[in-house]
Write a new protein. Structure first.
Length: 76
């Protein structure tokens, strides 16, 4: 869990860095190519973060369900 959280934070750091570069690009250079790259990379980072969170949540639900099912089998 911690490893995946650190990985997600690294991706967020990359995204923030790209946004800073994009801000400099729009203010001083006024090119549109960087905007397209930022949107594509930003969307992929957001998708990866959501997938990591969903995976961890799904694992937790499966563990909880298995424990409840075992308890009901034992008559508890």
């Amino acid at each position: 869990m911690k490893k995946k959280l650190i990985e997600a934070l690294e991706w967020m750091g990359i995204l923030i860095g790209l946004l800073v570069i994009y801000a400099i690009d729009t203010v001083f250079l006024k090119t549109e190519i960087f905007l397209v790259c930022c949107v594509l990379i930003g969307n992929s980072v957001i998708c990866v973060s959501i997938m990591i969170m969903c995976e961890e949540t799904f694992k937790g639900i499966i563990k909880f369900t298995k424990k409840r099912w075992r308890k009901s089998e034992n008559g508890i």
